[in-house]
Design a protein around this ligand. Structure first.
Ligand code: ATP
Ligand code: MG
Length: 445
């Protein structure tokens, strides 16, 4: 992409209405624009990041055996009456009436809708296990939307729902998602800390929140320093349904939960302090980026979602649900990865792989070198952002740093006289000189 032809409204000043750094940077770097309280337009640059996160979440859900569908944002009130939640959910639910005076709502979650799908089509234990998910906008009329996309009213969520014949199988479904979440957050360049949680309006008896550690997190977290050492990228996890895989998942989840206890103030702090040696205790703040629940027949019973068991008798399905805040993650990642100059995107989700800064747009030799690099990078499968605008070098450096492109190639007439360009690492700010002919190969290693 040539910056002169892109739509990237960046701002120098810190917006006065944004309290935390991720919100400020998302506004300044042209990722989002507020439309109404807690409702945002995703500008092209922000949308690119959102889509990349969404895709990683999707790949890891698929890898864990979940199957994607797409449920509507608008739901009928009747299903929520069946489950008994229509009145319970309270003012967070945005209720709508259509022209025939029929009651609708903008879905805050989709347990009822997906349970209705499954009770319609799934009749036998032979069709299980089943995990259906979607990545869809939700609306919750939060009393205090704040911090930009971190606590919006409209937000993008991945929500998965597991259906099993009995509790043992449902607990395995829970463990699959638990492990898929660890893999997902690792791929996003984050450390997701699983924390035992209260179950809230979703209900049920087993629940974990996944927290990422960040200074501006909403909740206090106590965690074991071993969290910082465990590398999930190297852990092979089988998501098959054979006995050996099921047993391996159980021991892996147990290992994580026992060896790496974490808690927040509200929950089992006492137990954490009892079981964690003092030198390994850490305290920080956390952002909730995911939340998983096992709740048995809480929905299947009132909604009469049954399958035929092996003995020919109908039984209520055992369910769990599993959320990831996809749009919140954009803010959370920036909270965890920025400096005084702007955003530092982890490689996997960077909206552009590499920036090209032309120090003297209009100079034929410099333009030619930049164009050559730009074409070569695209040919090599990279996505470059080329700052070809007629602007001061300082402004170009500031923009490229603000928007967080991980690698930047600086091309100027002086270096070119000896055939050299500069490669800058956004994170370390390290600069290295390379021959123009060599730099693309360096980036592609
Ligand atoms: P919170 O405790 O932050 O209000 P929640 O427990 O109500 O969240 P869940 O129902 O567990 O949220 O939703 C799953 C995920 O969706 C959360 O872990 C979070 O990442 C995301 N999420 C929930 N509410 C919002 C919101 N208002 N804005 C952005 N993301 C949200
Ligand atoms: Mg939650």
């Amino acid at each position: 992409m040539r910056l002169s032809r892109y739509f990237l409204p960046v701002a120098k000043e810190t917006p006065a209405d944004a309290q935390i750094v991720s919100h400020q940077l998302m506004l300044r770097a042209g990722l989002i624009k507020q439309q109404a309280a807690g409702v945002y337009i995703w500008l092209p640059f922000g949308l690119k990041v959102l889509r990349k996160i969404e895709q990683i979440v999707r790949e890891e859900q698929n890898h864990a055996g979940a199957i994607e569908l797409l449920m509507p944002t608008i739901q009928g009130a009747d299903l929520w009456r069946e489950s008994g939640r229509y009145d319970d959910y309270g003012q967070e639910m945005l209720r709508i009436k259509d022209r025939h005076d029929r009651e609708l709502l903008f879905g805050p979650t989709a347990e009822e809708v997906v349970t209705d799908v499954v009770r319609t089509y799934v009749k036998s234990y032979k069709d299980l296990p089943l995990n259906l998910y979607n990545i869809q906008w939700k609306f919750r009329d939060e009393i205090r939307p704040r911090f930009g996309v971190m606590r919006g009213r409209e937000f993008l969520m991945k929500d998965a729902y597991s259906f099993d014949l009995d509790e043992a199988a449902a607990r395995d479904a829970y463990r699959k998602m638990f492990l898929a979440y660890l893999r997902t957050f690792t791929r996003l360049g984050l450390r997701g800390v699983p924390m035992r949680a209260a179950t809230g309006p979703i209900g049920g008896d087993l629940s974990h929140e996944f927290i990422i550690l960040a200074k501006n997190g909403e909740s206090a977290v106590f965690y074991d320093s071993q969290y910082e050492e465990h590398d999930w990228t190297n852990t092979e996890i089988s998501f098959e349904n054979d006995e050996a895989s099921i047993a391996a998942r159980k021991s892996l989840v147990d290992e994580v939960l026992h060896a790496y206890a974490a808690t927040d103030e509200m929950h089992d702090e006492a137990q954490f302090f009892a079981s964690t040696p003092p030198e390994r205790r850490r305290e920080g703040r956390g952002i909730e980026v995911g939340h998983i629940f096992f709740f048995g027949d809480k929905y299947s019973k009132p909604m009469n979602a049954k399958v035929m068991g092996a003995d020919g008798k109908p039984v209520n399905l055992q369910m769990g649900s599993y959320g990831i805040g996809v749009s919140r993650l954009v803010g959370a990642i920036i909270e965890a990865s920025h400096d005084e100059n702007g955003i530092i995107w982890p490689k996997e989700i960077a909206p552009f792989d590499v920036g090209i800064i032309n120090l003297k747009s209009g100079d034929p030799a410099t333009d030619a070198a930049c164009n050559q690099l730009y074409d070569a990078l695209i040919k090599a499968g990279k996505e470059p952002l080329y700052d070809d605008r007629d602007d001061r070098a300082g402004a170009k450096f500031a923009t490229m740093d603000l928007i967080g492109v991980p690698m930047q190639i600086v091309v100027g007439p002086r270096g070119l006289q000896s055939g050299m360009v500069e490669l800058k690492n956004r994170q370390t700010q390290e600069k290295t000189e390379f021959a123009l002919a060599e730099v693309v190969a360096r980036i592609c290693v």
